[in-house]
Design a protein around this ligand. Structure first.
Ligand code: MG
Length: 276
């Protein structure tokens, strides 16, 4: 596309775009994520044309396949669980999902996710696990780091989902560690899923990963709301300064021991909360 539109490019390029170009009455924008936007009266025709060419190109394309994908959330958040989801998206689901602009999920707000996910969740086969803080704090230790917990989570949801599905092209995991380490973490796992394709930015490569990410976030948001209600204090996302002041407030209210129920104790935040 870059080659083809070389001489049709506009002088200015929108934010996060590689180029914007005019093709007759269609405006074509290629984004850094690999996404292409066609605008104008003939946009549909042009998009279909490029989609067909894309399908026929020999570049390995995962997008137009019936695949299982997995993604996790909560690993960078001091408070709250880790949620891992595997989802199965068939070629015939792609158009339905594209209606919801699922590919843009990274920019969705909490309230958008809460509204959006129920619209497709029943049509997309998936499995989710929620690793609560008590279990996380039990697992975490000298022989179990965060990546191992992730690997165990991914393997479990993939195994469960794979058993419900007869036919798939790929199993795609949004890569968080090298394939070698991934399988090393799972050395002593009996139900090991072996035929995994590890991709970076996998949510852009196949909608199963984008769906898995959204469903995980959906559950994470709901769990955080539940926890916040229980604690009586709004638990913030992330691991920044506000999580420390909130942690101190919680310790004042319920004591040090309470943190294990709602936080990932191995984060440096714990020391910062408990000191002074
Ligand atoms: Mg990920």
């Amino acid at each position: 596309m870059i080659e083809y539109f070389k001489d049709k490019k506009r002088v200015t390029t929108p934010p996060y775009a590689v180029f914007q170009a005019d093709e007759e009455d269609t405006v074509v924008t290629l984004y850094e994520s690999g996404k292409v936007l066609f605008q104008g009266i003939s946009a549909d025709v042009d998009a279909a044309l490029w989609r067909e060419m894309d399908k026929q190109s020999n570049v390995k394309d995962y997008y137009w396949s019936s695949s299982i994908g997995s993604d996790e959330v909560g690993t960078g958040d001091y408070f709250g669980p880790i949620v891992v989801t595997a989802a199965y998206v068939r070629i015939k689901d792609i158009e339905f999902l594209e209606n919801f602009r699922i590919g843009d999920s990274k920019n969705f707000t909490d309230s958008q996710i809460i509204k959006l996910v129920p619209k497709f969740i029943r049509k997309i086969k998936h499995t989710t696990i929620i690793i609560n803080n008590i279990d996380y704090n039990k697992f975490y230790g000298a022989d179990c780091n965060l990546n191992k917990i992730k690997a165990i989570g991914h393997n479990r949801v993939l195994f469960n989902l794979k058993n419900k599905i007869k036919k798939y092209d790929y199993i795609i995991v949004d890569q968080f560690t090298s394939p070698k380490s991934y399988y090393k973490f799972l050395n002593d796992t009996t139900n090991l899923v072996k035929d995994i394709t590890f991709l970076t930015k996998a949510e852009d490569r196949h909608l199963s990963v984008a769906c898995a990410s959204l469903i995980s976030r959906y559950h994470f948001i709901r769990e955080m709301n539940k926890l916040s209600k229980k604690v009586g204090i709004k638990l913030p996302y992330g691991a920044k300064e506000i999580t420390i002041s909130t942690g101190k407030e919680i310790v004042n209210k319920y004591g040090e021991n309470y943190l294990k129920n709602i936080a990932k104790l191995n984060f440096k935040n714990t020391d910062k909360i408990l000191k002074d």
